[in-house]
Write a protein that binds this ligand. Structure first.
Ligand code: ATR
Length: 280
């Protein structure tokens, strides 16, 4: 028998996971809420047995990141309807039998954008058709947005748009659709530090008054977000999605609302961590 005695244990599992900002963010929340709990990052290469081990040690909750979100759907004891619909689990809660899985990425995207603009009835473009795009499109659609998907690979883009019963525009045709959207969310990996400096769309695509979020937050200002800002768009930082998906994880693990003071502490910790990285 083994169990944690003084603190509740939480963590993020991934591969790689070294650069995860979740420990900085969630531990800031624990401090702000005065909770005896710790959260650490774990490199995992045998998902099934490592999940069983973390359960045995007594972890209360886990975040799941790349590349395990899809595989975790099959390994959890039970997942909710939304995680099933999205096809990915990013949050696990301990039960006696094993792990219960949910997805909070869609909640994070929705809360981040809904802070800036009314989502219901908005014409919303989701760029990308991978796991991240799937969660974002699901969340915004659920809040009443009229979704259009655009993706480089047409087959993958059509699959997602058919699943959501939404429009699809191939990425090459997107410049001709300029001016048609109120909200644009960049959900591809373009813009990540190691993935070139393309902006996916020409600068002329952006219009003043559009609300634009790039879910890539490293670097903090991607070429895409910079171009949107220059054009006078209303920018939502990708860090806000990370923040609110983390707050939703905490709410589920703790069974209570996360106070605004903890949200502020989480945001500060994230901004500081990303700014530190860019100066090193
Ligand atoms: P994630 O789970 O993080 O969403 P993913 O499933 O690998 O990651 O999806 C990556 C997304 O980024 C896809 O939409 C991919 O487009 P394709 O389906 O056409 O591959 C998109 N992407 C990656 N590199 C890209 C590039 N250079 N130009 C355009 N889209 C790109």
């Amino acid at each position: 028998m083994i169990r944690p005695e003084q603190q509740k244990l939480f963590g993020v599992i991934g591969n790689p996971v070294r650069h995860s900002l979740s420990p900085v963010m969630i531990n800031a929340a624990f401090r702000a809420m005065g909770l005896p709990a710790v959260y650490a990052a774990f490199y995992v290469d045998e998902l099934a047995s490592d999940l069983a081990l973390l359960h045995k040690i007594g972890f209360t909750g886990l975040s799941v990141t790349v590349p395990y979100k899809e595989m975790t759907c099959r390994l959890a004891e039970e997942i909710d309807h939304t995680a099933e619909e999205i096809g990915a689990v990013n949050t696990l809660l301990r039960t006696n039998l094993g792990w219960q899985g949910r997805n909070t990425d869609w909640i994070g995207a929705l809360r981040a954008i809904a802070q800036a603009v009314d989502v219901d009835g908005s014409r919303t473009l989701v760029l990308g058709a991978g796991g991240a795009a799937r969660a974002v499109a699901y969340g915004l659609k659920r809040a009443g947005a009229v979704i259009t998907i655009s993706n480089r690979c047409v087959g993958r883009g059509l699959d997602l748009s058919q699943h959501l019963r939404s429009e699809f525009i191939p990425l090459d045709s997107l410049p001709r659709a300029q001016g048609e959207f109120d909200i644009v969310v960049q959900c591809t990996s373009v813009g990540l530090e190691d993935n070139g400096a393309s902006t996916l769309v020409p600068d002329s695509f952006f219009r003043p008054g559009m609300t634009v979020m790039d879910i890539v937050y490293r670097p903090r200002w991607t070429p895409f977000a910079r171009a949107a800002k220059r054009a006078g768009c209303n920018i939502v930082s990708g860090l806000e999605m990370l923040l609110y998906q983390g707050a939703a994880q905490l709410e589920w693990w703790l069974g209570r609302l996360v106070p605004e003071s903890a949200i502020v502490a989480m945001r500060e910790a994230l901004e500081e961590a990303v700014d530190d990285e860019s100066t090193h």
